[in-house]
Design a protein around this ligand. Structure first.
Ligand code: GDD
Ligand code: MG
Length: 334
């Protein structure tokens, strides 16, 4: 099975972390988000991935120069300009020479979903496209997908107002597509798969869906980027994972609870780190508190600083001693 993985977005909701690192290259516990995602695809039988690249494409190519990621063969397709989700799929499929049934994945989705079950159902019903669906409490920030009892898609509404969503089953960002779908995507302009391509296939009666309640999180927001890591620590997806790297330095007298402390990071005496992520090489100085927040790589948290309520500190940023930030962003960005 071949897959196109979309990783070309700007990751605006995760600024300032994404000012230096594209979203799917942000670390999750011990390696980039992308390695977890591609590892999962590989485990379900995907043997070739084409990365659909745009924003900061060089970061991906430098990280995987040998054309392999998580033991899956890797190809690159770099858009000359952002083509949006469908434009990107067409561009990448052409660049990779894909002329058979293929898979498309949003690169920021953390899931235990079995893509092969979607693949099998796709062939069973002879669909043009088949999408995986997952149930959520608030469908308004996703693509909402009503179906009939057999799983035929009746409509596709991207990000409707909360009280207008026809169902709470949403697009899980995992698709199986026939190459014929590509011909319906205009080349060379921005085309959204959610707003243009899927509604058009629905009108032709060719879009099907498979519901799944497997673990599923879109890690593209501060809260969910933190959540996927807490879920791994808590054992929500199997055996609990150890969050503190053997190559982190935790001083005697430091308190580290339910947190990720990556390699090369240090937490000094009297500091408190709770429900938080301290990325590679970051420093938490004596007496500082980091709670429910994310500290980017090589950032420095000054003595007695207090960071709470989903504060995010960017790559290499320095928080002055004694400073308090509640839901803050440093450097500030919009
Ligand atoms: N190559 C390329 N070019 N990739 C892009 C572009 C582009 O122009 N725009 C976005 N992407 C990539 C992003 O990097 C991300 O991996 C994926 O496409 C989806 O973009 P997001 O920005 O994460 O979309 P979303 O989370 O708001 O909504 C999408 O995902 C939801 C599920 O997680 C939609 O597909 C929803 O319908 C869906 O429910
Ligand atoms: Mg997303």
């Amino acid at each position: 099975m071949k897959a196109v993985v979309l990783v070309g977005g700007f990751g605006t909701r995760l600024r300032p972390l994404t000012l230096t690192t594209p979203k799917q290259m942000l670390p999750v516990i011990d390696r980039p988000m992308l390695e977890h995602v591609i590892g999962g695809l590989g485990a379900h039988g995907v043997d070739e991935v084409t990365l659909s690249l745009g924003y900061k494409e060089d970061v991906f190519r430098e990280a995987y120069p040998a054309g392999e990621c998580a033991r899956v063969a890797l190809k690159y397709a770099v858009e000359p300009e952002p083509l949006d989700t469908a434009g990107a799929v067409r561009f990448a499929a052409e660049a990779a020479g894909i002329d058979e049934t293929f898979i498309v994945i949003n690169g920021d989705v953390f899931t235990d979903l079995d893509v092969r079950s979607v693949w099998d159902r796709h062939h069973e019903v002879g669909a043009a496209g088949t999408i995986a669906l997952t149930p959520v409490d608030d469908p308004s920030r996703y693509g909402v997908v009503p179906t009939d009892e057999a799983g035929k898609v009746l409509g596709f509404v991207e990000k409707p107002p909360r009280d207008e969503a026809p169902t709470n089953w949403i697009n899980a960002g995992t698709y199986v597509l026939e190459p014929s779908v590509l011909a319906g995507i205009d080349p060379g302009r921005r085309v959204s798969i959610e707003r243009e391509t899927f509604p058009a296939i629905v009108a032709d009666g060719g879009l099907w869906a498979v519901q799944s309640d497997a673990y599923w999180v879109d890690a593209g927001t501060p809260d969910t980027y933190l959540q996927i890591q807490m879920d791994l620590l808590d054992g929500v997806r199997g055996q609990p994972v150890e969050g503190v790297s053997a190559d982190a330095m935790i001083a005697d007298g430091a308190t580290v609870e339910r947190s990720v402390v990556m390699a090369g990071a240090s937490v000094a005496a009297g500091a408190v780190v709770r429900d938080a992520v301290i990325s590679f090489g970051a420093t938490v100085r004596a007496g500082a508190t980091v709670e429910g927040s994310v500290i980017g790589p090589n950032a420095v948290i000054g003595e007695r600083a207090k960071l709470t309520a989903m504060t995010m500190i960017g790559d290499g940023a320095v928080v002055d001693a004694g400073r308090a930030l509640e839901g803050g962003r440093l450097p500030e960005s919009d």
